[in-house]
Structures are given as structure tokens and as C-alpha cells.
Design a protein around this ligand. Structure first.
Ligand code: 1GP
Length: 253
């Protein structure tokens, strides 16, 4: 199966290049903010736009994806909170299974429902192990998914979960503390997962500073996702992009 976005992520990981994904929640970002995000994304070499959310209430998903595709070459990747967010105009879809949880609907049920549509659309679907970690307080994703996140002081559980995901054939791991998490994922947990799997690791949830993004890259994250903090202050894009891309030099050099 031809998967150019996954291929790029894997090649970058092997080269030690760290990448930055800006997460856009279509409910929170209107046309003028989108335009600004595109400008800042281009200026600061943002690597991906992720679009989605655990709870997308409005109908702006399609408009957001089309706008991004029309106005910039930055790849658009759907990070779906539900099967209703699957959209053929994006460059790729994270085909998630919530492997830290024990909710069969999110392990396989929704994927069965989405599969025929995704196959027919021909879009790139990346088999992704989604690992939810405790972010210090319940988040929308922990509530909506009805799953218990992995405690953030149990790196070994996160590591074994990632190992299982990889053995099941997942090509990407997404470690998430949940959007707006009080506490982002500790570096030692990222490091434990890095040592346990050879696939690219995405890390997100509650990252607000360039320092934390840089620390996570050095701990083994390949792609850092930031949503909330950028919604509040778009100027953060510059400093976080710089921190992530500089971590590449350290790791690769
Ligand atoms: C949430 O990983 C993403 O699923 C990003 O989280 O919005 O807290 O940056 P934030």
C-alpha cells in the first residue's frame, strides 16, 4: 500500500529530524484565524496540520481541510475524534485504535464502520496506536472515550502498550495526555516508549512551551503536536517550531 505521509514520517525519524504538527480544532478556528495559521505555518516551516478533535460540534471540518489544501502545501492529516471526521480531501488519516483503553468500540468497532468508506476514498490511512496517558485531570478525550488513561508514573505500561501495538502492525504511535492537559506527558514515559518501539512517535497534550517540546524531542518524540496553547497565542508557533527543529540537529548530529 502506498503511504507517502507515513513514509515521510518514518524517513524523518530515521534521519533524526524532529517535526512539528499544529493541531486545528475546526470548532475553535474561524476563517481569519485559519488564514493567520497558514501564514505562520509557512513562515516557521510547520511540518503538518493535524485537524480534528474528540468533540467537533460544528460542521467546519470540511471547510477547514479544503481551506488548508487550497492555501498551502503543508500536509493535512486528520486526527479523528469520531468516524464523522473522516474526510477524503486531507492528505492522510490517522487510522487510530485506542490501545491504552479497553473500550471495544474504539479498539475495533468504529474502525469496522469506517473501513469501507476509507478504502473506497483511496485516502492514505496510517495504522496508529493511540495511547492515552493521564494528564493530571480528566480531559474531553478521557471522558468521551470512556477509557482510563495510563498513569503518568507507569512508563512500563506505556512501553508494553506500544510494543503490543507495534506487534499488531501499527506503524505509528500517538502518545496523548489529551487536549489542554494540565500536565503533559513526562519525558521518562516518552523515553520508555522510544526504547520499546521502532515506529515514529507522536507526542501531544498540554505542551505549552518550547522547552517542553525540545525536552520531548530529546526523549524520543518524532512529531510534537500543539493545539490549545497556539489557539491562545499564535506567536508561540515561532518559538516552538524553532525548538523542535533545533532538537533535530542535536539528535541527528
Ligand atoms: C490533543 O495532542 C493533542 O489530542 C494536542 O493537545 O491541544 O493540549 O496542545 P493540546
Amino acid at each position: 500500500m502506498h503511504r507517502p505521509i507515513l513514509h515521510q514520517m518514518t524517513t524523518d525519524m530515521r534521519s533524526g529530524l524532529k517535526k512539528f504538527a499544529v493541531l486545528i480544532d475546526p470548532d475553535e478556528v474561524g476563517p481569519s484565524e485559519l488564514k493567520r495559521l497558514v501564514e505562520l505555518g509557512l513562515e516557521n516551516h510547520v511540518d503538518y496540520f493535524f485537524v480534528g478533535g474528540s468533540l467537533v460540534i460544528g460542521d467546519a471540518m470540511d471547510m477547514t481541510i479544503r481551506f488548508l489544501k487550497e492555501h498551502c502545501p503543508i500536509p493535512v492529516v486528520i486526527f479523528p475524534g469520531s468516524i464523522m471526521q473522516v474526510n477524503p480531501h486531507a492528505d492522510a488519516l490517522l487510522f487510530l485504535s485506542l490501545i491504552s483503553g479497553r473500550n471495544p468500540e474504539l479498539l475495533i468497532g468504529n474502525q469496522v464502520l469506517a473501513a469501507p468508506y476509507v478504502k473506497k476514498s483511496g485516502m492514505e490511512a496510517i495504522p496508529t496506536g493511540y495511547i492515552l496517558l493521564d494528564g493530571g485531570a480528566p480531559t474531553t478525550v478521557s471522558y468521551i472515550s470512556n477509557t482510563t488513561p495510563i498513569p503518568s508514573d507507569k512508563p512500563e505500561i506505556a512501553a508494553c502498550t506500544a510494543m503490543a501495538g507495534e506487534l499488531l502492525g501499527m506503524q505509528l504511535m500517538y502518545m496523548d495526555a489529551g487536549s489542554g492537559a494540565k500536565k503533559p506527558i513526562p519525558a521518562d514515559v516518552i523515553h520508555a516508549v522510544r526504547k520499546s518501539t521502532d515506529v515514529p512517535i507522536i507526542v501531544g497534550g498540554g505542551i505549552k512551551t518550547p522547552e517542553k517540546a525540545y525536552e520531548d524531542c530529546n526523549a524520543g518524540a518524532d512529531i510534537i503536536v500543539v493545539g490549545n496553547a497556539i489557539e491562545k497565542d499564535t506567536s508561540l508557533i515561532h518559538d516552538i517550531a524553532f525548538a523542535i527543529h533545533s532538537a533535530s540537529v542535536t539528535s541527528a548530529g
